[in-house]
Design a protein around this ligand. Sequence first.
Ligand code: FO1
Length: 306
Amino acid sequence: MRVTALAGGTGAAKLLRGLASARPRHELTIIGNTGDDTEIWGLHVSPDLDTVMYALAGRLDAMRGWGVADDTFRCLEAMGDLGAETWFNLGDRDLATHLYRTRALGDGTPLSAVTAELCRRLGVAARILPMSDDPVRTRVRTPDGWLSFQEYFVREKAQVRVLDVEYAGAAASRPAPGVLEAIREADLVVVCPSNPVTSVGPVLAVPGMAQALAAVRSRVVAVSPIVGGAAVSGPAGELMRARGLPVSPVGVAAAYAPWLGTLVIDRSDAARVPELERLGVRPVLADILMTDRDREIALAQLMLAA
Ligand code: FO1
């Protein structure tokens, strides 16, 4: 069975870890968001690709949900001594990934090839593809002007009002090699419980993606990142509101309706079933909070069966 997953970072990592260890055996391809990519100290950082890669390599810091487990921050401290900006916490081991990637990109290697090489070296069996080799950057408009996604999320701790979101560069971008084929040829397309606006939104903004998904709609299954009236984690609620979407599984279904077949929602949201059906989305009720490894695998198995 070929499974292709659309993924952001922290929210996706748990389900992907579950999918990677769930039986029956299947081939797993992950299409990762690069709208969060940023440049720190001259280094190209791809937070969502790295979160997924570290999760599948067994190296992700479980408490933070990003970066390398047991990392230290000595370089960050030293950069602070030199007066550099230190609001984005790059760990010492994590730095190796960014140095490796930045050098390869500088040599002209596309992001997709660098990502494949990093995965090979870290022993990741799943295929991780960036959504595009071209730069697409999520930007957030606040009352004080536009911010990059990381300035909004990390530096401002998502505590500023969001008026608008854009995906700069998306219109001119192309899907990375293998991305459209991975969607077309998949037996199942999983949309991870990631932020619909800033994790899944940028992937959909790449020309050709929404059409490719719509063509296999009955095979596309998403997990809601919203339970009740709030996001399971992160600022998805605020960003959905800024986009005029209700902060509920119905808002997720409305955003994905043109290409979504099935939405897995939490049992506590059972009252929403008729509204999802009216949007033409098949609802499946499950325990979607992945509070431990067994629940990650249980939800992954439910997706494979769905
Ligand atoms: N998230 C934070 O909240 N604070 C940080 O300092 C931070 C540093 C960081 C470094 C490398 C990396 O790969 C991810 C990092 N993240 C940090 C997470 C990142 O901002 C978010 O996971 C995503 O961009 C949202 O999906």
